[in-house]
Every structure is written in C-alpha cells, then in structure tokens.
Design a protein around this ligand. Structure first.
Ligand code: PMP
Length: 391
C-alpha cells in the first residue's frame, strides 16, 4: 500500500505520489476478476467433471441449426434471460454460441454483408465507443465491410451496419441506434446489460443481439459468448462462419458455462437460497465500489470527476436502482492529460480518451479488478494532486 504521508506532493516539487518500489496497477483492461470470491464460495456447486471419453465428437446436436451448441447451454441461456428479463428469448429465436462474443461480432459482420454488393458495407457506431470495434472491423482489410466511423456523422446514402453497445463501454450510457434508415442493419451488444451494472428496464428484442459470459458472470477465460437472432437465414450464416473459422466451440467450455448460468438462474428463482444470489452480490459490490470512487472524486478538488447516471426502475429487482458501470469514465481538469496524470503520479495504467475518439482529459478505468487492486486504486487516486502532468 502507499503510505499517505509519502504520497503527498507539493505543487513546487513535481514528483510522483508513488515510490519506485510500488507496483503498477493496470486497470486499462476490463478483466472481470471482481467476482472470484463469489465463485470460490460456490465451491462444488460449479464443479464440472468430464471423463476421458466424453465430448470427443465435433458435434453437440446434429439436429440443431447451431449443431455445435450444447443443448444444456442453450437451455441455461434461455432460462437465465427469462429470469432476468433482459432479452426476449422466445422459442422461435436462434441461439448461436461463439468463442467469446468477439467471434460472434466477426460472424455478424460477415453475415450482414454480401459479396454481391459493389462496395464493402459501411460499419458505424456512435462515438464514444470501445476501440475494439474499429480495430476488429479493419483488421482483415475485408472486401465485405469497412469501418466508416461515427454513426452521428454518417450521411452517406449507402447500406450500413450500426453497432450499438448498451450500456456503453467506456461511459456506461444507455443507447439505441442513431441511424434509423430503412434497410439499415444493427448489431446490439448487451455485454453489460445485467442487473449488477444497470437497471433492467425492458426485454431487449433486436434482430441480432450479443451477450458474453465474460461480463455476465466474470468467466472471461472460458471464452463463451452467444448471439440471439430472430432470422433463421442470419443464424445459419453465422453458424457457417464459426464452422469455417473454428469448427464450433469447445464443448467443455460450454458445459462449464451451462453449469454456472444454470446455478445463477436457479438461485434467482429460489427464494430460499442461502445468502445473496449472484446478481444481488454483484450489484452490492459494484454499488459499494462506485460509492467509494465517487467519494474519492468528490474529495479530489476537481482534479477528476465522474459521469452521473439517472436512476431507473429495474424490473429484475423491483426497485429504482443506479447504474454501476463496469468502467469508470474519469475526466480530469481542463489542460490535464488524465491517462498520463494517473500513470506519472500514481502508476495507474488506464486507457485514455484518444483511444475512444475523445480528448485526453478523459480516461477509462476498469471497476472489475480484484478487491486488493481496487482498494489500492482508490488509495492512489485519492493521492493524485494533478501536479505531475505528462501532457
Ligand atoms: N462487448 C463489449 C462491449 C466488451 O467490452 C467486450 C470485452 N471488452 C466484449 C464484447 C468481448 O467479449 P468476449 O470476452 O465475449 O469476447
């Protein structure tokens, strides 16, 4: 930990508030290790045992359109969405599983474009946005689709795909499409539309929606994501993409995801469950963390501030709740470079505004780190004086 006395810096002596021996805190990525204690407590309830001769075939269910989707996972996904009420999962909707929702994003770009079009289809998203969308769209220099920037500025009379993340990464805002032209296509990313991050106000019901095990439960390393798709042709094309790129998705990983999602759904439905269900736990934790961070922000004498979010009625909890986003979107005083400030004064590695298409007074900090790291983050932020600025 950083001794408070040593971390005080006068504006005359422009020195970092940390010691050279203090560890670097990296909160640039959203690695969701915050939930580890909960899953440790669940112990054997989440244990999955797989014998040597199990799951050897490529196929999970040859009769299903998504032939590599484990029926147990299909069932657990639909049950959990019904319990939480965050997405429509009628029986006529298709679930496509992917190696993380990242693979499904690529699958959707492929699916929503067409080799018959004279030009690659434009892919847009309203700024602010997570930089992985432009990166992933540009990566293969595809002839099927191309990145076309901010949806708010899109004025071409050409086909497009709009990517919408709600709640948004990095700033936690609740969003819808900004382009609503006839024939426009959309990818709705609901990675953070779970009760620990935001009030659940309605069942999302879009043509193509993405969810990920990573942010829902914290099991990012399992690499499981799923798409909920209305149209059979779209679902079939996505399945084809995954077939060609990875011949399906690990059955072991799917079994683990099914077990964990099933446990959460069971606990949410069972009023006799001992202790908190996963979402109660996650919501309490996130709300406590945000409370502490806001307090540090308030005491920072304006060195940095945080966005305010409207309260809304959450149909899952049955009460008005706050948004507690997975990332904090910090803004420093004008003239300061927030990312450099945190790095140079406090050895905090964050991801600065320019990575998201805005100025350097902003930076993004993950709220999903382990407890010790988060407490250290608070301590270091509390000591930031705004005097060392790498501009
Ligand atoms: N969508 C959003 C909005 C994200 O922030 C992330 C992870 N940073 C992902 C998708 C990726 O999810 P996955 O781990 O399932 O690939």
């Amino acid at each position: 930990a950083v001794p408070a006395a040593k971390s005080t810096v006068s504006s005359a002596v422009k020195k970092p508030t940390t010691l050279s021996s203090d560890p670097i805190i990296n909160v640039a990525r959203g690695d969701p290790t915050i939930y580890e204690p909960y899953w440790k407590k669940m112990g054997d309830r989440c244990k999955v045992v797989i014998a040597g001769d199990e799951f050897m075939s490529y196929f999970c269910n040859a009769m299903n359109l998504c032939w590599f989707l484990l029926p147990e996972l299909d069932n657990a996904i639909r049950t959990l969405h019904r319990v939480v009420g965050n997405a429509m999962v009628d029986d006529d909707k298709f679930i496509v599983v992917g190696n993380g929702s990242t693979q499904l994003f690529h699958a959707l770009l492929y699916t929503l474009s067409s080799p018959d079009m004279p030009e690659p289809i434009n892919v847009v998203a309203a700024f602010l946005l997570v930089q992985s969308y432009p990166e992933e769209t540009k990566f293969l220099r595809s002839e099927l689709y191309k990145w076309a920037g901010d949806a708010n500025c899109y004025d071409r009379d050409e086909p497009y795909i709009e990517v919408v993340t709600s709640p948004n990464n990095p700033d936690g805002s609740i969003r819808g499409t900004v382009e609503n032209r006839e024939g426009g296509k959309a990818i709705h990313d609901g990675a953070y539309y779970w009760p620990q991050y935001a009030p659940i106000t309605s069942k999302a019901d879009h043509d193509a929606m993405l969810f990920t095990f990573s942010k829902a439960t914290g099991h990012a390393g399992t690499r499981i994501g799923w798409a909920i798709v209305k149209d059979k042709v779209i679902a079939a094309k996505m399945v084809k993409f995954i077939e060609v790129s990875s011949i399906g998705v690990s059955r072991e990983a799917q079994l683990r995801a099914a077990k964990v999602l099933g446990l959460i759904a069971d606990d949410c439905r069972n009023p006799d469950v001992k202790g908190e269900n996963f979402f109660e736990y996650g919501r309490r934790l996130m709300s406590e963390r945000w409370g502490k961070l806001r307090e540090v922000g308030m005491k920072s004498n304006g060195v940095f501030s945080l966005p305010k979010y409207p309260r809304d009625y959450c149909k899952f909890t049955g009460e008005y709740t706050d948004s507690n986003p997975a990332f904090a979107w910090l803004k420093s005083k004008e003239g300061l470079n927030c990312e450099n400030l945190l790095r140079d004064e406090s050895k905090i590695i964050s991801r600065g505004g320019p990575s998201f298409g805005v100025d350097s007074t902003y930076t993004r900090v993950s709220m999903l780190s382990r407890d010790v790291e988060f407490e250290l983050l608070l301590e270091r932020l509390a000591a930031v004086k705004g005097t060392v600025n790498g501009n």
